[in-house]
Write a protein that binds this ligand. Structure first.
Ligand SMILES: CCCCCCCCCCCCCC(=O)SCCNC(=O)CCNC(=O)[C@H](O)C(C)(C)COP(=O)(O)OP(=O)(O)OC[C@H]1O[C@@H](n2cnc3c(N)ncnc32)[C@H](O)[C@@H]1OP(=O)(O)O
Length: 458
């Protein structure tokens, strides 16, 4: 890969996951010292370089009555709001804020194309609460200038069950950056979550904060190389022809796994059970109730009855054996970009690998047994290759995955290139020993250890 191409791919990755950092951020020199995290040093999080000697809560136990009833004060020109995401106009405010401020795109050529359907899926999972969609508006004009959200989740960290929230979509308008609004937003969402007697949170960020529980790397698999090339995402490596690049990334016309079909409601119990069994191997997982499983993988009524591909967010597939047993499951979601100022292409389709499960290695007590590894590797290679084919067939142009889960078993074989973006996983008010993120010391894919991160955040 030429340097130029690597640069472009790095840019692509930056855009694909807005909040990623770069490799330099992980180096010691670039990282701030603990004392310089003026906000984070006051919070119940593991300190940088802290030697964790036990796993568990950080703060003393509190009750919701001890938590203040009123939001923290804001500067007079701003006011708190609860964004009602079931109201189209208010949802629109969130789109505009995120679309214009979430992605750091230097030449402003791409924007996330958030849709109502995407937010209905990501912000309204079972148990969602309106007051956890926190906004800040300009008092005089009502303009939404900051946002942060939480959804309730049941987590498992090794053998401990934790009732918590996932925090996502933190965004401050570009013109208000550097003004310390973020700590206020975080304190406010913490207050609103604590009022519901919830004291722990999971969140991810490209930024290095005190202190990552795990670090995964972004990877991407071009599906439509010529379009990525046309819009300037990938450049032709020297001494290579376009035809060679197309051949490199060519995929079969249709999925190849026998018995592969979309997940249906009738499969839910069986797939849920297979999924839970598969997830047991990981150290950080989200446990889904049946209702949550339905929401995240079938997508509720709106998604299941949806036939318009531009509105489809979640794609879930199962493999059914000739005996009628579900042996495998995979899912990916769609979050495209709008391409600005390009006369030919208006949109870039992007698929993100979500959860999967397989019975390929379940008969082995040790996941690392060479025979177990070989069986799972073979199965995942064909499953995720099929996922790429399906994604390509619904006009996605690139398929994105992290080094989490068992992904290191297929990333190289299926031509997922490493990006320069890293995603840090954090727990709020909960100390843990580090969890492997699927990377070796030199930041390449760790096909031996793989990852023990079994949670996928949007
Ligand atoms: C129990 C319930 C608990 C619930 C809460 C759990 C915790 C949830 C935590 C949130 C999980 C979010 C998960 C996601 O959504 S990650 C996605 C974050 N969003 C983006 O990347 C979108 C584009 N960027 C922006 O909108 C702004 O640059 C943001 C808002 C990121 C910072 O705006 P700005 O640049 O204007 O900064 P400031 O002057 O206001 O504030 C400076 C302080 O903020 C600390 N900072 C900077 N970036 C992040 C970050 N990504 N997570 C946590 N903290 C961050 C920073 O270290 C500094 O603190 P300290 O260094 O002095 O200590």
């Amino acid at each position: 890969m030429s340097e130029d191409q690597e640069g472009k791919l790095a840019d692509l990755l930056k855009l694909l996951k807005l909040n990623n950092g770069d490799l330099s951020k992980l180096t010691q020199q670039q990282r701030k010292e603990m004392k310089d995290y003026k906000f984070w040093r006051t919070q119940p999080v593991t300190k940088l370089n802290e030697a964790v000697d036990r796993e568990g809560p950080i703060d003393k136990v509190k009750t919701p009555d001890e938590i203040r009833d009123e939001p923290l004060p804001l500067l007079n020109e701003f006011e708190w709001c609860t964004v009602n995401v079931t109201n189209q106009d208010e949802l629109e405010d969130v789109f505009v804020l995120l679309n214009e401020n979430y992605v750091e795109d230097r030449d402003a050529s791409f924007r996330f194309k958030y849709t109502r359907e995407f937010f209905n899926w990501s912000l309204r999972s079972p148990g969602w609460k309106s007051e956890w969609h926190v906004g800040v508006r300009v008092r005089a004009t009502g303009k939404l200038v900051a946002f942060i959200s939480a959804i309730p989740v049941d987590l498992r960290v090794r053998n401990n069950a934790i009732r918590g929230v996932e925090i996502n979509f933190l965004c401050v308008h570009k013109q208000l950056r550097g003004k310390r609004l973020t700590p206020v937003l975080i304190k406010e969402i913490t207050r609103r979550v604590n009022k519901h007697d919830i004291w722990y949170a999971l969140y991810t960020s490209g930024t290095v904060l005190p202190s990552p529980v795990s670090v995964c790397r972004y990877t991407h698999r071009p599906l439509n190389w010529s379009k990525l090339h046309d819009v300037g995402f990938t450049h032709l490596p020297s001494k290579t022809t376009k035809a060679q690049m197309l051949a490199t990334y060519a995929l079969p016309k249709e999925p190849v796994t026998k018995g592969l079909r979309p997940l249906q409601e009738k499969d839910l119990d069986e797939v849920h059970a297979l999924f839970e069994k598969y997830q047991e191997r990981f150290d950080l997982v989200q446990s889904f109730t049946r209702e949550e499983f339905n929401h995240w993988f079938i997508g509720g009524e709106e998604q299941s009855q949806n036939t318009d591909p531009s509105k489809k967010v979640i794609y879930s597939y199962v493999v059914e054996s000739p005996e009628g047993k579900i042996t495998d499951f995979f899912s990916f979601y769609s979050l495209p970009f709008t391409i600005l100022n390009n006369s030919v292409h208006q949109e870039l389709g992007i698929g993100y690998l979500f959860y999967y499960a397989s019975d390929a290695d379940l008969a082995y007590s040790d996941r690392y047994d060479p025979a177990a590894t070989a069986a799972l590797k073979e199965r995942l290679n064909s499953l995720i290759n099929d996922a790429c084919i399906i994604a390509r067939n619904v006009k996605m142009d690139v398929f994105n995955a992290l080094t989490s889960q068992d992904n290191a078993l297929f990333l190289d074989d299926l031509k997922f290139g490493p990006g320069d973006g890293f995603l840090n996983f954090y727990l709020f008010n909960y100390k843990t020993f580090p969890i492997s993120g699927g990377l070796t010391d030199d930041k390449s894919y760790d096909a031996q250890k793989r990852s023990n991160v079994g949670v996928v955040m949007l």
